[in-house]
Design a protein around this ligand. Structure first.
Ligand code: PEP
Length: 249
């Protein structure tokens, strides 16, 4: 049985003091009442990794980044290499988030290359896939996810897949339990088709408007290993409620 994981994606929000304060609240709460058996990761903006690294060191909260470059050094102005992330104590990295696919025109091949170099650096990649509203409406959800899995996940993939329907992100409209259950079953089948036995144990997360109210239902879905949380991860109380909603497995 894989360890459940709750990942907070802070996106481009908050200054140093806000993030340090938020991180401290989460750490303090988990120190007082541990969430045994649940991995917790927070992903602050790049500029706050150096501040949060020491603050999160030796706590139950790991640190993730929101992207990395495919190369480990070189002439890439403004980019961040995987080794620069591990250097600061980062253990996870979100890749292929739909906002990066949208804002930076990242395609599956870009995501796959980044995933390879993240793994080489010892980071755990959290690779996001998900259909848009148009794709959903035109019955292309499975085709889209199938292509994204094939294109974004390299051979020997050792990471986490986050199913994030694009239409559910930041909208307050999470997918239904039935839809998540069915789509995660499809993703699992594709992972097994692509990776054989190894595909059986890769963790699949759900992301898209997970909040304190709907988390328990979503996290109770048997093959959902956790959640990637955006908006609600900015509110320590809500994020902690989500962490504590993970059922014992
Ligand atoms: C996300 O951006 O990964 C996400 C899931 O956002 P939200 O929880 O706000 O929908």
């Amino acid at each position: 049985m894989s360890t459940p994981i709750i990942v907070g994606n802070w996106k481009m929000n908050g200054l140093s003091a806000d993030s340090a304060d938020r991180a401290k609240q989460i750490v303090d709460s988990l120190a007082t009442v541990p969430a045994a058996g649940v991995e917790v990761v927070v992903c602050p903006p790049f500029t706050q990794l150096a501040l949060l690294g020491p603050l999160l060191k030796d706590t139950p909260v790991a640190m993730g980044a929101q992207d990395c470059h495919k190369d480990d050094k070189g002439a890439h102005t403004g980019d961040i290499a995987p080794s620069m992330l591990t250097d600061l104590g980062t253990t996870h990295v979100i890749l292929g988030h739909s906002e990066r696919r949208r804002d930076h025109e990242e395609v599956d091949e870009t995501v796959r290359e980044k995933t390879v170099s993240a793994m080489k650096a010892g980071l755990t990649p959290i690779v996001c896939i998900g259909e848009t509203e148009d794709q959903r409406q035109s019955g292309q959800t499975e085709d889209t996810l199938g292509w994204q899995i094939k294109g974004s996940l390299p051979d020997g993939f050792a990471g986490i897949v986050a199913y994030e329907p694009v239409w559910a992100i930041g909208t307050g409209l999470a997918a239904t339990i039935e839809d998540i259950t069915n789509t995660v079953a499809f993703i699992r089948a594709e992972l097994v088709r692509q990776f054989g036995d190894a595909g059986k144990s890769l963790r699949i997360l759900y992301g898209g408007s997970v909040d304190a109210n709907n988390a328990a239902g979503i996290l109770a879905i048997p093959d959902v290993a956790g959640a990637l949380v955006g908006g609600a991860s900015l509110k320590p109380d809500a994020f902690l409620t989500i962490i504590r909603a993970v059922p014992a497995r």
